[in-house]
Design a protein around this ligand. Sequence first.
Ligand code: GLU
Length: 289
Amino acid sequence: MSPILRFAPSPNGRLHLGHAYSALLNDAVAHRLGGIWLLRIEDIDLVRATPENIAGIEEDLAWLGLSWPQPVRRQSGHMAEYLAGAERLRRAGLLYPCGCSRSEIAATVAAWESKTGGRWPRDPDGTPLYPGTCRNLPRAGRESLLAAGGRVAWRIDMAAASAAAGPVSWRGFDPDGRDWSVAARPERWGDLVLVRKETPTSYNLSVVLDDAAQGVTHVVRGVDLEAATDIHALLGRLFDLPRPLYHHHALLTDEGGRKLSKSRSSVSLAALRAAGESPEDIRRRLGFG
Ligand code: GLU
């Protein structure tokens, strides 16, 4: 089976140098492995994902000299698949509805911290773990939450999901083809939202279903997503999907050592191009010269 990679940006702004690095690395690794890479547009955030940003991604990548097979998968066109995935987990009793707002959760955590002087546990991204308020709702409370007609999120019951899946692991690889096993610890994420209030999916749910739907064999992405791979391994096991291998690359930083971000428009490819940089300059700068 020929290797399939993917570059999967979220069109929440213009691409920056960090995206260019990731796209060029996907291209280089695909060549090295004798495979291809696909472009996937992760546009589930229907407010921030604008047509201009989507067009901008394709324009910037083509300007860099990259090409990819058509059609390009856009997540916004696959919501029914994500809903079906969520329904499977719901039927297995692994999701529960949650009406808590971010500020209610923050208030619960702050009250606990000030009362005990302790630090509430955080997930690998630094977000306080969900306190479990709605997991513990009696059946009637859950029913009235759903009957109220307001929008609810659906959270994974991490303890139940981990028990159903048993121990999970994923495989890391380096571009030379060596691979190894990594034990996953998805429980450090707590009861994550898998179906958001404002969109019928989440990054974690969509990415697992899409990688499988597109036959992705090798994932090359930033190390900022390495801890989330534990969730992807858990969901992959629960859905009984074939699992890709993962290579997490270091993130580019600016001169001050800060992670590059879309909001810092000074490093967008469009801005560099407007300032007269050529695709060759960018490739050389990123070590692909
Ligand atoms: N859409 C994600 C992002 O732009 C990347 C997803 C992935 O590579 O798994 O950060």
